[in-house]
Design a protein around this ligand. Structure first.
Ligand code: NAD
Ligand code: ZN
Length: 389
């Protein structure tokens, strides 16, 4: 079958690879009908993520049709149409039982590597390095889904792929980011980053009762989407000083809730992934502007900082002093996608939201390498790409 494979920094290729097979009795195989490229894929693309190997199949936002199930799979049948969460979770450990699926204790066969770096291992993810499980990803024609009874959500309402695909990651991620922000009535919510995650965080902030949403980015079409579709006020960080502007807009108090939907590759910061120690040291020395630092500085005293943006390793010269002295609450994490599948699917089915608004590009799997480049460079007004194998 064809798949997109990783071959080093900014080198993604279309490769012929073996079709996946059932390995464990709780596996299922799906034939992929749509699969998206995520901002998280750019961390791999740019070589920030350690423990990638040449030829790894990437991608973690897939959906498709079940073509084979293992003997112990109970909830899926051949022919079912499913969206697959990017988090792989066993469903039976203490964390899964506590609805914290992205912290599953059992799904990462390479937990020892993660433990060395983090002290504990989070859940495995599709197509996201050997440290996080080494599972083949979903930018391919077929995908093996471990713990098939726990992850995939069946969609039988006839909604097109474009409307349900983002349940795999970016819609729940934006939603959990807004939930983690502890939004209360009359709150002003500031969202750094107007990529797909930021756009869904904006939508979700309204759903959770925000009074005002302010979105920050520098890319015109993304700011425009935040304004036109997201009803947000916007700040272009290349035109305005973000702190000054936010203080002006909030009567010097600062936004009550701040969401960092940018993560490790914040524009203007240089590299901060721990894959490249030298560049990281450089970053630490130069004290460049940084979204986390900026959000901590801007957030009102006693406010909440929610961080869906992905950070790797010792990512930043994080000013913890202000976090303590301003009594900030910080919440972060990979999304517990399984927790949100049913309620968010219901919102889509009831017409409360149509997630396809973020799609800027649709292309074939063969065009994948070109689309990675376009998305990475933020060219051609690219916001979110859906690939169809
Ligand atoms: P994206 O690359 O499309 O968007 C990032 C946006 O941030 C861009 O529009 C960019 O212009 C903007 N940006 C860069 N520097 C900025 C700055 N200094 N201030 C304000 N905006 C700035 O990515 P995405 O798909 O929207 O993902 C965003 C982040 O969320 C990534 O770090 C990704 O890895 C992460 N993510 C996390 C989870 C999770 O489970 N927590 C899931 C999916 C994605
Ligand atoms: Zn993703």
């Amino acid at each position: 079958m064809q798949a997109l494979t990783w071959h080093g920094e900014q080198d993604v290729r279309v490769s012929e690879v073996p079709k996946p097979e059932i390995v464990n009795p709780n596996d299922a195989i799906i034939e992929i009908t749509a699969t998206a490229i995520c901002g998280s894929d750019l961390h791999l693309y740019n070589g920030y993520m350690p423990s990638m190997r040449e030829g790894d199949i990437i991608g973690h936002e897939p959906m498709g049709e079940v073509v084979e199930v293992g003997d112990e799979v109970e909830t899926l049948e051949v022919g079912d149409r499913v969206v697959v969460p990017f988090t792989i979770s066993c469903g039976s450990c203490w964390f899964c039982g506590s609805d914290m699926y992205s912290l599953c204790d059992n799904s990462n066969p390479n937990a020892e590597i993660a433990r060395k770096v983090m002290g504990h291992s989070p859940a495995a993810l599709f197509g996201y390095s050997h440290m996080l499980g080494g599972y083949a990803g979903g930018q391919a024609e077929y995908l093996r889904i471990p713990y098939a009874d726990v992850g995939p959500v069946t969609v039988d309402s006839g909604l097109p792929d474009e409307q349900v695909l983002f349940l795999s990651d970016v819609f729940p991620t934006g939603y959990m980011a807004a939930e983690n922000a502890d939004i209360e009535e009359n709150d002003t919510v500031a969202v750094w980053g107007c990529g797909a995650v930021g756009q869904f965080a904006i939508q979700s902030a309204w759903m959770l009762g925000a009074e005002r949403v302010i979105a920050i980015d520098r890319i015109p079409e993304r700011l425009e989407m935040a304004r036109e579709h997201g009803d947000a006020e916007t700040i272009d960080f290349e035109e305005d000083d973000v702190y000054d502007r936010l203080m002006e807009m909030t009567g010097d108090r600062g936004p009550d809730r701040c969401i960092d939907a940018v993560g490790t590759e914040a524009h203007g910061t240089g590299l901060v992934g721990f894959a490249d120690q030298a560049k990281q040291e450089m970053h630490l020395q130069e004290d460049r502007p940084h979204v986390l630092r900026q959000a901590i500085k801007c957030c009102r005293k006693g406010g909440t900082l929610s961080v869906p943006g992905v950070y790797l390793g010792r990512s930043d010269n994080l000013p913890f002093g202000p976090v303590m002295n301003k009594s900030l609450t910080v919440k972060t994490g990979q999304t517990h996608v399984q927790r949100y599948l049913d309620p968010l699917l219901e919102k889509i089915e009831e017409g409360e939201i149509d997630p396809s608004f973020v799609i800027s590009h649709q292309a074939s799997l063969e065009d994948g390498p070109e689309m990675y480049e376009t998305f990475n460079e933020k060219e051609d007004e690219c916001i979110k790409t859906v690939l169809t194998p």
